[in-house]
Ligand binder design. Sequence first.
Ligand code: UDX
Ligand code: ADP
Length: 463
Amino acid sequence: MKITKICCIGAGYVGGPTMAVIAQKCPHIQVTVVDLNEQRIKDWNDPDTNNIPIYEPGLSEIVAEARGRNLFFSTEVEKAIDEAQVIFISVNTPTKTYGKGKGMAADLKYIELCARQIAKVAKQNKIVVEKSTLPVRTAEAIKSILDNTGNGVQFQILSNPEFLAEGTAVTDLLNPDRILIGGDTTPEGEVAINALVDVYANWVSKDKILTTNVWSSELSKLTANAFLAQRISSINAMSELCEKTGADVNEVARAIGMDSRIGPKFLKASVGFGGSCFQKDILNLVYIAKSYGLNEVADYWEQVIIMNDHQKKRFSNKIVQTLYNTVADKKITFLGWAFKKDTNDTRESAAIYVADDLINEQASIAVYDPKVSGNKIQSDLNYLETRSVEENKARVVTFDNAYEACKDAHAIAVLTEWDEFTTYDWQRIYDSMHKPAFLFDGRNILNAKELESIGFIYNGIGS
Ligand code: UDX
Ligand code: ADP
């Protein structure tokens, strides 16, 4: 089976970059990305590819090359489903905010809607690929909807989890550590698996393309994210101990990272991990374990989240305590709002929770982030429903220039590790601030010694 037409439902952080790279690497395949959100599609079609809705280094160039050639963005969901042989589902699966599994299970309403739409429209056999991170055994639910509401055509469901990290999506997609494809072990399942293997084989060597059964593939995605997040919570746990004992967590991380069994990556102590995946996936894992009565397994993984929440709280508490136990009406400047550098995504960003704590203490927050808009910052805070929209507006002001944002501040808190923060004229910033001038480096990216010699009272994580 040769694939020539692909459709992807969901033009978000996963669907957009993934399809752009597939289109770039497979000029013989027509790739159509559809979304219900008209504005999002309009933005993807902006004549200036610098204005596409997702910021990822290298992405606008790829879109410029492939768009209109074999890459299309559209709101015509049904037409795209009808024409495609392969349909990727890349819609969002946020944590449920209601009912059973509230705060823990993934909300599958968008997935179900997609499955029903595919079932309604499809008149030929289709391969349906789960791309969004889904709880184990979602493929089964999709299959049941497709088979029971469809027009009698055959569906093969594959799980092909995305391992790209935001901020490095393009390089991760171009040079993946591995591609994972799970499918049925039936002859039809194998045909579908091989068809998708052939798509990736256009730029990924075959030894990096793993095929498994569907459940293994679904569970591997959750497991990978749980292991990665666990490393961060482990080093963050040590950061608190370091602060108490006089050890330096950066030195500890370096020392353990040189053990080849441990390795150096993902050992950066921070104000806490954010992003759309880690928390959600671990909560999913916890929920699944609980639903099988595996309480110890559930508690084990839940501790990773508990540690992460603690780390965020600890950071805001430290700011309040260091500023003489009151931040009421003090200006505190946040450098960075995104959950990590090189992305405009703010989902689950530590900045949101730290800001929320400080606003509870009646601080005035100024924010500068090179890629995040003031509207986004306000909507992130409003989403928490801690206080009124007006109050958030009054307490949080956004700047498009870091020097302006820091003027007259009592303290600066670095929440995102944007490279540009390390290139600032820190003397100039210090001179414009209230004294004593405090700096809380939630990412350990700045040079503590240099800042202290200027006069800052510097606080990193874990030192
Ligand atoms: C993650 C996985 O890495 C990716 O494989 C998966 O497909 C989706 O989830 P992402 O959330 O985009 O990707 O970013 P990642 O680089 O993993 O960072 C997650 C969070 O952990 C960020 O807030 C980051 O700042 C933080 N982090 C990361 C640390 O605090 N310390 C580290 O050492 C590494
Ligand atoms: P992710 O990080 O998983 O890519 P995003 O929220 O960035 O998540 O993207 C998911 C996209 O899926 C959104 O743009 C949303 O509008 C879209 N979407 C959700 N449900 C549907 C649907 N039934 N049909 C088409 N698009 C959908």
